[in-house]
Design a binder for this molecule. Structure first.
Ligand code: BGC
Length: 247
């Protein structure tokens, strides 16, 4: 089955058609800057551009950077606050001919990695951590997802973790790789102290830069880059359409 996977992030909205039996992208992905402010109208317009670009008539799966329960958007850390309380599936259903399904973006990336990537066949507790504009997390026991974990919002040194150790903070504060990695290591140690994962998969934009910082990371768990790198979010959003009863 083929699904258009879309990953809505704080700085870019990326999409590509995905073959859900293999997890492979069927076309070159398209990235469009996330509109600012990232209001519901602006984001739905961007989704429209992706649909038109791929001339897509089939199902669509979207990873979305917020907690979504019962189809309602509950948080809005890196998107416009107008999203809070909106029934995202209902609005999407009215705007598009296509069937459209939404899931938290980090959960989406986790699904791709657990099914076809670095987490495939893992037997214990896995946390995938996307590091980009924010910090997103996806928690799995074996292949079962515990949805909507927001461990990027743990408090570290009196600050929300993503305001202390995200990639956006690294760039904004012009931190050296070592300085940033020590912050991220502090964050991972806090995760480890609370959850004792067997493996930690690094996703988001940071998955492409692990050679810059893994040498500074000192945790008990195995730490691996996401094998689909930043495309995991697109692939997992598409997979979640078919599997979503399991998610
Ligand atoms: C949001 C999460 C999201 C993460 C990555 C955080 O600010 O609260 O829901 O997964 O950013 O986009």
């Amino acid at each position: 089955m083929q699904v258009l996977g879309i990953d809505i992030g704080g700085s870019g909205i990326k999409g590509a058609p995905v073959d859900c039996t293999t997890g492979k992208l069927l076309d070159e992905r398209l990235r469009i800057e996330t509109p600012l402010p990232a209001t519901p109208i602006a984001i739905f317009k961007t989704i429209h551009k992706l649909i038109n670009h791929f001339k897509w008539t089939g199902n669509i799966g979207c990873g979305f950077p917020a907690v979504i329960t019962d189809n309602i958007v509950r948080t809005a850390s890196n998107i416009d606050k107008k999203w809070i309380g909106k029934n995202i599936s209902k609005i999407g259903g009215k705007k598009f001919q296509n069937e459209i399904h939404f899931i938290n973006d980090a959960d989406a990336a986790g699904i791709a990695e657990m099914k076809f990537g670095s987490g495939a066949n893992s037997s214990g507790l896995t946390i995938l951590i996307t590091v980009g504009t924010g910090i997103g997390t996806a928690l799995f026991y074996k292949d079962k997802l515990i949805p909507n974990t927001e461990l990027g919002h743990l408090i570290l040194n009196g600050k929300i973790a993503e305001h202390f150790a995200s990639d956006a903070v690294r760039k904004k504060e012009n931190l050296s790789w070592k300085k940033w990695a020590l912050r991220f290591n502090h964050y991972l140690n806090e995760i480890e102290r609370l959850l004792w994962p067997d493996q930690i998969i690094i996703g988001g934009g940071m998955s492409k830069k692990t050679n810059k910082f893994l040498k500074y990371i000192d945790v008990r768990a195995k730490v691996l880059p996401a094998s689909f790198k930043n495309e995991a979010g697109i692939i997992g959003a598409a997979l979640a359409v078919n599997n979503f009863k399991l998610v």
